[in-house]
Design a protein around this ligand. Structure first.
Ligand code: URA
Length: 271
């Protein structure tokens, strides 16, 4: 029978098989959601199972850095393991450490309402952090902690395969862009990148904890959020036209006149 092996298994149609070969980034076929059109059901199921196993075996009991000594539990991440849209924050705070869920404190409530404001729910997206364990007193993540923890985030991105990754604040933005530019300078400017081997559109946003302090920052965050549905529809290879490029590494970091000040560590006390 055509399309069936001698053992009776269904064969992958040649067009789909061709899709699964490594392809140039440009011209890759995306569904309207941004997901690869040839992403088969079994591939999806395998990625979800692998993510679950990775979280269970490598993240939940992680002792790569000393933050493991003070945590209540690891905050792995939450949401749809096959999400097109991923948010990456900084680190769990007090409430996240207690509940084991990211963004459940005041900043998390704001993030949830912003997500709902664009017609999505927390279950539609995946929410993670640069650090999976709470730093004592919500202090800034230290470089060695970020270095220890980053393989977890990159693995999550490679298995979830989001098309749009919204970084919340400086730490996530600098880690995933690989650039030193501060969030006040680059927020709202999407950047097509390949992260963990996957094409993604990186979209830096102010951290919601910082926006809780400053009305102007909240308005900016809301305006930046409003562009998310359009960016999701465009997919990772197609940045919207007429948007300034993210500043290149090494460019002078002078703030534009009237630019918002960089959010401070103290502001993020509202974790
Ligand atoms: N809660 C989180 O999970 N991450 C943050 O960055 C802030 C609050």
């Amino acid at each position: 029978m055509p399309g069936v092996t001698p053992q009776g298994e269904r064969m992958i149609p040649p067009a789909r098989a061709a899709c699964q070969a490594p392809a140039a980034l440009a011209g890759r076929p995306f569904r309207p959601s941004g997901r690869l059109a040839c992403d088969t059901m079994s591939d999806r199921d395998e990625r979800i199972a692998e993510l679950e196993a990775y979280h269970r075996d490598e993240v939940s009991g992680c002792v790569r850095c000393s933050l493991s000594e003070g945590r209540t539990q690891v905050v792995v991440g939450s949401g749809d393991p096959d999400a097109d849209l991923m948010f990456v924050g900084e680190a769990p705070g007090y409430h996240e450490d207690r509940q084991g869920i990211p963004f459940v404190g005041q900043a998390g409530q704001l993030l949830t309402s912003l997500i709902e404001g664009i017609g999505l729910s927390r279950e539609d997206v995946f929410i993670a952090n640069v650090l999976k364990c709470r730093p004592p007193g919500n202090r800034d993540p230290q470089p060695a902690e970020i270095a220890s923890c980053e393989p977890h985030l990159f693995r999550q991105i490679s298995l979830i395969r989001p098309t749009l990754v919204c970084t919340l604040g400086n730490f996530a933005t600098k880690l995933l862009s690989g650039r030193p530019d501060g969030i006040s300078r680059v927020h709202g400017h999407e950047l097509p990148l390949v992260i963990a081997g996957e094409p993604v559109l990186l979209y830096p946003l102010f951290h919601p904890a910082a926006a809780l302090y400053t009305r102007a920052m909240l308005s900016t965050l809301e305006a930046d959020f409003a562009r998310i549905p359009g960016l999701l529809a465009a997919g990772p290879g197609a940045p919207a036209p007429a948007v300034p490029e993210m500043v290149a590494v090494g460019a002078p970091a002078a703030a534009a006149p009237g630019a918002e000040p960089e959010p401070t560590g103290e502001q993020l006390g509202l974790f």
